[in-house]
Design a protein around this ligand. Structure first.
Ligand code: ADP
Length: 496
């Protein structure tokens, strides 16, 4: 065949094939396209010559097409290309082709492409392939381990996540059964029976629900997984698809929570026992102390002619017994509060009369401190007289106890809005800022007060009493400068 004949044959092929043939300059501008290209895309030759091919390529394909062309030009290879071209009416023509490059003197001159439209069937196949690809991607990189077993319980699919969770590679485990690999010994028999039962009756207790159970790692370590199994009939054979995730971390957190709860319960129980003990002990102490107190007082009364020093000893005994009684009563209050048994018996009082009376009666608490009432608001309120006396006594005793070497305690009562506020100021050791709010906690004592006797319950009891009256209690203090304790009570009515 002469060269002329060959040229004619090629021309015939170029002009009459239904494939789209086009030549591009190296810069991707169109050099030449065949009639099939023009009719398929709806253009005339002079409209497209010199334009970039990317004007006619769907944008989703531009990057991959550019990359293929680059490779083809650089490596003198022929490469398959998948493309979507756009017609003048913006219709998408999907197809596959081959790209090659022509060189002159080792220099790339143009690229050529033969592009075949994909038929409807071809498109359907492509879609199936894409779906398969997506499923494969999900299977390979989804969040769960996916394991597929057949009717003989053999593992037929085992994704990378399953490899990561269980430590077996797909090659190691394919064809083996779950019972001989990842199911812990204690569940193996039940699993085998369950499978048999399903295959004969169609009923499966664990199918289509999520359960939490343990599984075995290749190393033999047992750990918690969440598991859901679905069954599908494929070509008359059952396949079982298991989705699993490692929940050992979550289980650990849950277990830690349960442990913590148990510890809390234990602590509560201990607290209860402690309260019970305090209650019983203080009750038991109360009778003998009352007896000692009674005999001390009888002795004091009978001791008119006793020597001076005996009298001093007896009155010291009396004072100490009083102190002991006070502490015991505080302890009893704590257990009463705990059991919710601290009942109030309220009466109506005028604070401007009540406060001086109480302060007067407790002036003896400290012989060194003078209790000074600086302001005394005229106000009416309803209170449990005994309990409020207890609070005032406690605040005054603390003010005296924690300000050794000082000589006064200032008490003020003021009316603010519909409340009466009573404050107790001392110039003693004070409380560090970070501890001020804690002093109302049960058994709390600031380190600074170690040298002073006490149980750390007076303020707790006082705050409970004030709260039960519908009031508030708080403190302001500066270390080594002194403290002011306040409590407020709702006013019944303000007298003008
Ligand atoms: P106690 O005085 O028996 O320890 P309280 O419940 O009355 O118990 O007081 C709790 C703690 O609050 C005290 O141990 C002390 O640290 C601190 N506190 C109370 N009142 C004062 C005060 N006026 N000045 C300094 N610290 C105080």
């Amino acid at each position: 065949m002469s060269n002329m004949d060959l040229d004619n044959h090629f021309r015939d092929l170029f002009e009459n094939t239904s494939d789209l043939i086009y030549f591009l300059n190296i810069d991707a501008t169109i050099k030449l396209v065949n009639p099939a290209w023009l009719t398929t895309l709806g253009y005339e030759l002079d409209e497209v010559t010199g334009r970039s091919i990317f004007d006619f390529v769907h944008q989703d394909y531009i990057d991959s097409y550019k990359a293929i062309r680059r490779d083809v030009i650089a490596n003198n290879e022929i490469k398959d290309v998948e493309l979507a071209l756009l017609t003048r009416q913006n219709k998408i023509i999907v197809g596959e082709g081959q790209v090659g490059c022509s060189y002159r003197n080792a220099e790339a001159v143009y690229t050529r492409c033969v592009f075949k439209k994909i038929t409807i069937r071809g498109l359907a196949e492509k879609k199936v392939k894409e779906t398969e690809k997506r499923l494969k991607a999900f299977f390979n990189s989804g969040p769960d381990a996916v394991i597929v077993i057949n009717e003989y319980q053999e593992i037929v699919e085992w994704n990378p996540k399953a490899e990561a969770i269980f430590g077996f590679t797909k090659e190691e485990i394919s064809g083996k059964t779950l019972a001989e690999t990842i199911i812990p010994h204690q569940y193996r028999e039940a699993h085998i029976k369950g499978m048999r039962h399903f295959l004969t009756t169609g009923e499966g207790a664990v199918l289509n629900k999520t359960i939490e159970i343990t599984a075995l790692h290749k190393s033999g370590k047992e750990f918690f997984i969440s598991l859901s199994i679905s069954n599908v009939l494929l070509d008359d054979r059952w396949l079982f698809i298991a989705f699993l995730s490692d929940i050992s971390e979550r289980k650990k957190t849950e277990e830690a929570l349960i442990r913590k709860e148990a510890e809390l319960m234990q602590a509560k129980l201990l607290e209860q026992k402690k309260d019970e003990f305090i209650s019983i002990a203080s009750h038991e102490f109360k009778t003998p102390i009352t007896t000692i107190k009674a005999y001390t007082q009888i002795a004091l009364a009978a001791c008119t002619n006793c020597p001076e020093d005996v009298l001093i000893y007896l009155s010291k005994m009396n004072q100490t017994v009083n102190k002991l009684t006070f502490l015991l009563n505080e302890l009893l209050d704590v257990s009463k509060l705990h059991l919710g048994k601290l009942a109030l018996f309220r009466t109506e009082i005028n604070m401007d009369e009540f406060l001086p009376e109480v302060l007067n009666s407790i002036q003896h608490i400290s012989i060194t401190h003078k209790i000074v009432l600086e302001q005394n608001a005229v106000s009416k309120t309803t209170i449990d007289v005994i309990r409020l006396e207890q609070v005032i006594t406690n605040l005054v005793s603390n003010a005296a106890k924690y300000s050794p070497g000082r000589d006064k305690i200032i008490v003020k009562s003021t009316v603010v809005g519909d409340e009466i506020i009573i404050s107790f100021t001392d110039y003693g050791i004070g409380i560090p800022a970070e501890k001020v709010d804690k002093v109302f906690d049960r058994f709390y004592r600031a380190d600074e007060s170690e040298q002073f006797s006490g149980f750390g319950i007076g303020l707790f009891v006082s705050s409970e009493i004030i709260k039960q009256h519908g009031g508030k209690i708080w403190a302001e203090s500066t270390k080594e400068k002194g403290s002011t304790f306040y409590f407020s009570l709702p006013l019944m009515q303000q007298l003008v």
